[in-house]
Structures are given as C-alpha cells and as structure tokens.
Design a protein around this ligand. Sequence first.
Ligand code: AHR
Length: 504
Amino acid sequence: MKPFICFFTLLLVCTTVRSQNTVDLLITDTSGPQINRNIYGHFAEHLGRCIYDGFVRDGKIRMDVVEALKKIKVPLLRWPGGCFADQYHWRDGIGPRNQRKKTVNTQWGMVTEDNSFGTHEFMELCNLLGCEPYFAGNVGTGTPEEMESWLEYLNYPGESTLTDLRKQNGRDKPWNVTFWGVGNESWGCGGYMTPEYYAMLYRRYSRFCRRFNGQPLKLIASGANADDYNWTEGVMRNITLRNTWGIGMHYYTIPGNDEIHGSATQFDEDGYFHGMMSCLKIEELINKHLAIMDKYDLQKRIALVVDEWGISTDVEPGTRPEFLYQQNSLRDALIAGTTFNIFNNHADRIKMANLAQAVNVLQAVILTEGDKMLLTPTYHVFDMYKVHQDAHSLVVKFNSPDYIYGKEKIPAFNASASRDTQGTIHISLVNIDASKTMTIRTSLQNLPSKTVQGQILTSEKFNDINTFGQPDKVHITPFTGARKEGRDLVVTLPAKSVVILELK
Ligand code: AHR
C-alpha cells in the first residue's frame, strides 16, 4: 500500500504546485480610459552627470542619446529639477553662453553651474526629442514675479520687453509651454514647508502663472513623499482647485533601508525580493492618495502626477555620493514593468509620471561614459511598453500566485492591457518570482487572435546588468512562449521576466 499512497501524495503535491503557478487572466473587452502617453515621461535634473555629460557633451546636445530616446517615444521631459528647481533662476540661463552667470549647485555637490544649458537649450532638446516640456518652477527661493516673467518669456506671442529679449536670444515664436510645476518637494528640499503654508503660496503663484496665450496652464502642485497623506490632505483642502490640473506624488523604491539603500548590482535574493516588495507598495500609496483627493475633487478632475519614481540604490563604488549614479539591473526592469502595469491600470487618474532620471542618475534608461553610451534594462521596458501610449486601457482581473521568500510573500504576477487605434491589443505581463515559471491562461473570446507575437526581457540572474564591456547582456528577444489552445491563449511566462504580447 505504501508506494501507492506516496504516488498519490506526489500527484496531489504536483497538481497543487502546478495550479499555484497557473493564472487565469480575464481581459475585458470594454475600453477603459486612455493611457495618457505622459505616463511614460522622463526627468532631467542638473544633478551629477545627467545634463552635462548625459544630454550635453562639449557644449552640444548628444545626438546618440537623443536618437535612443526617440526610439522609445519619450513623450515628456521634466526640467530643471527636482531639488535644483527651487534654486534655479531662469534669467541665469539665457543669452550668450560665455556671458552667463556662474552659480553654485548647492543641492548636488557644490559644483559650479555655468548655466550653459538653460531655457533655449532645454526647448531645443524637447524639439529634437519631439516631446513636451514640463517645467518645475522655483517656489523655494523664487517669487511669483520670477515665475510669471519666465512664462511671459516662454509663451507670450505679443510685444513686450521680455519677448524682445527672447527674440534677441534667437527665438521668434513663443513656445506654448503647457505643463508647469509649482515648486518641488516643498515639504523638504523645496523649503521645509507645511502643507498649509505651501497651499497659501500655491494660491498666490497660481494667480499669476498664466500661459500668456489666452489658454490656461496645466498647473501641478508639489506633491507628497510616499505615504505622507497629511501633505495631500492639507494641500487639497487649501489650494485653489479650479486652476489646478494635477497634484504630484514622489515614490522611490528602496530595497534596503533609509540609510543603506543597497547595492545596485551586488544583491542576493533578499535584495531582489525586498526591492520588488518596495516597488509594489506604490499601488497602495496611489489608492490612498487618490481617496484623499476624491474627498475634495468629487468629479475626479485633478490628476495624480507621479513626477518622480524609480529605484534608488547606493551609488556605484568610486563615484560621488551626491551625483546619484547607479547601475541598472534586470531587477530594475521588472520594477519598471510592474510600475507601468500599475499606472496603466490607474489610467483614469494617473495622467503623468516621470522616471527619475533619464540619463546617468538613479534608475536611468541610458548610461554614458565619455563618447560611449549604453541602454539599460529599464530602457528596454520603455521600448516594449511604448505601444500602450495613448491606447485605451482594458480592465484585467486575475489572482496572482504568491512569491514566497522566507516568512514573507508578495504577488508574483502583474499585468495590464490596452487596445490601440488600429484595434491591436497589447498585454504586458510580469513574473516577479525569482525561480518559478508561471502559466497564464486567458480567454480570447472577445479579443483578436489571428496573430499573436511577443517580446521578452529576462536574463540568467536578477542582478545581470549591461556594461560598457558587455552592453547587450540584458536585451529584448522574440517571445515564443504563447500558444493558442482552442479559444484560450496560454502563455508560459519564465521566472523574472517581462513580456509584451501583441494580438491582431
Ligand atoms: O531625483 C533626485 C531627487 O530626489 C530630486 O531632486 C528630488 O526631488 C528628490 O528628492
């Protein structure tokens, strides 16, 4: 009898394990809200080697970087900070470059800022990228007059001393900038303000910040850090909502703790698991901030703008701590894929987000070294997910298996889906589990299914990275793990992978 019992026990265990790793994914046919392309936005600050070295070399905009960013359809770029924004005075960055004021970047390493990259250079960069600018205005050390005059300089089509100056500096036509941040992290580096104090300042600034072409600006209030719900509550209660387009929120994934974030490359499963766990927290924060916003904005008109997100690790050994230069691994790509799935699934309220930061800083999509540049694993996720930009989200429902590590567990699977204007469906799938393959089964009942194609991003180890010596170690490959079974689509999703499927 004994071997017989053992056989059945084994069969039961196998069945349980298999079913634990099978996900029934329901994709509804009804189109949800449009996924605003600006969810896939970027951020460039005067910090470390992001602007100088990253975007600009020998006084010229780097076309290798521009071409790479065009390929992922960068829709939006935030500038000049971050913390730097609240010490930036726009007049320092216009006019002949050799006559520009030299200032000190007291925020990021006390380095000399020669202001050679200013308003005109930023607008030229946006023009080359084909993206919209998102300016962060200075509230911390600025005045409403300074912000108002910057807008006049940028946007006024008529005659004024400032528009004459703009023309003298080489730009005849106004630029028509639309997105405008009123300060940055005003609870911290932007001035250690209370939400009530900031809200009073915001009211003043919002009165004088106009688009100067008869159209309203899209004003974005400085948002909370992570779970600082008190900030969102205080700001929403006290600002003038009618001329507010969005309110920010910043969230950084931290695998370790506040003092030691953990290495970007030298981590084991503990660092991997806790990185993913920290990343997933963003969904709870989004829901809780939105619930507060909804109390004051019953029509749900005001957007939640996640204008800084990404993983923050320890800097690379041998680099300056204030320059926030970190490598980027497969773990970071899974963080990006997961975060985008969460954003896509909240497309009704999240209308903009900005990865921190585009080049050479934090979770960069591009790293540079002299004339060379490389594309990070995170870059590839932007490349894969660009198909979601402006598409209509589709509601996805599933029960995720757990990824268990020691006594802790997190959902191992996440997904989002959209339909573009051609009727093509894109489904993005992430398997976070470090070692278990997963089977995803979804009904094709209401979905096109003549052709199913896909791409996958994965690698042997979760801390695999691209280096200047081996720039393609982590790269996209065609995905062959999807097959039709009757009216079902069955996907074999490898451990620690991001997959995008295209259904036509
Ligand atoms: O992205 C780096 C810094 O992080 C930004 O300047 C600041 O807003 C945040 O604290």
